[in-house]
Design a protein around this ligand. Structure first.
Ligand code: ADP
Ligand code: MG
Length: 297
């Protein structure tokens, strides 16, 4: 691209609320033939909500949520925020006071552990329970799989060594995500999902948006590894993420696109087309990824 084209591209980008860091990103973007999407906050809205709770022991919902909320209150994770939001309902209705928490530990990509009312509370996915030597009963596994088939994330809750309940959390797909994927397909650009979430949920989301290649249960460094692996196969890779848990992958990619979770795909869709070489002026410059982004490398 000519310096003029880059200037125009950067200028239009800016007017769309997109920050483009350097002409190199613009130069590379039109060569991209593979786009790796983070799931949570990128393909999905990123504002998960609790949609179902299943208790497996003789326990009432308000006591269950008191313990879970106490364990999650120090977590920054969007899933923790969904749980807290839900638990607040009980706190307000019943003038609850959430108990004190000791020994809070956040296990990246797996969940949290804490001591509440002298009990060890473990909240997270299958791997976390495995790590903590907590047996997952068949009925809990069935509830998890049921949730995952509906593209929800199932969260296991254990009190000491016993699984006491499963929380189903839903994070809806962004409107227009499916359309973006089909446009990319028609442009012969491959789409891939790389997520820290489990295989079941990731596959269901993939089905809904039309992406077949999926890598699930990936830690942040594994997301970056996947990007590098694609590059070593000769792909020019763009990574689209929300910057939570995917910063290493955004950096490793040929083009990293950080998008705000709150941005809708209808806007992003336009920007995609733009990004990949069809700018508003109809000049096929090596346009950068014109996402309404919070950062762009
Ligand atoms: P993503 O790549 O989709 O953003 P993460 O890597 O952040 O996902 O998390 C992966 C999985 O770990 C989640 O789907 C969830 O099962 C579990 N997890 C992570 N943090 C928490 C938490 N604070 N509470 C419960 N579960 C959690
Ligand atoms: Mg994420």
């Amino acid at each position: 691209a000519t310096p003029t084209a880059i200037m125009v591209g950067t200028g239009v980008g800016a007017s769309q609320g997109v920050l483009i860091k350097g002409g190199q990103a613009l130069e590379t973007a039109h060569k991209v033939n593979c786009i790796v999407f983070d799931k949570t906050g990128t393909l999905t809205i990123g504002k998960p909500v609790v949609v179902n709770t299943r208790l497996l022991q003789n326990m009432v919902l308000r006591d269950f949520y008191k313990l879970v909320a106490a364990a999650e209150v120090n977590s920054e994770h969007p899933l923790a925020k969904a749980i807290i939001e839900y638990a607040k309902k009980f706190r307000e209705e019943e003038n609850q006071v959430w108990p004190e928490v000791r020994g809070f530990v956040s296990v990246t990509g797996h969940g949290v552990k804490a001591t509440v009312q002298n009990k060890q509370i473990t909240v997270g996915n299958r791997s976390l329970m495995l790590e903590c030597n907590i047996h997952i009963p068949v009925v809990a596994e069935e509830i998890l799989e049921e949730a995952e088939l509906m593209a929800q994330t199932g969260i296991l809750v254990a009190v000491d060594e016993l699984i006491v309940g499963v929380i189903a959390i839903s994070d809806p797909i962004k409107p227009g995500a499916e359309e973006v994927v089909s446009i990319l397909k028609s442009m012969k650009i491959e789409s891939i999902i790389v997520t820290g979430d489990n295989w079941g949920t990731a596959n269901s989301i993939g089905k809904e948006v039309g992406i077949k290649t999926i890598i699930a249960e990936a830690k942040p460094d594994q997301k970056a590894e996947k990007v590098k692996q694609l590059q070593s196969m000769g792909m020019i890779v763009a990574m689209v993420g929300d910057g939570i848990n995917d910063s290493p992958a955004l950096v490793a990619a040929d083009v990293g696109m950080a998008i705000g979770a709150e941005k809708s795909f209808s806007r992003i869709r336009l920007n995609y087309i733009w990004a990949l070489g069809y700018n508003l002026l109809g000049i096929p410059i090596a346009a950068g990824a014109l996402f309404p982004s919070t950062g762009f490398r």
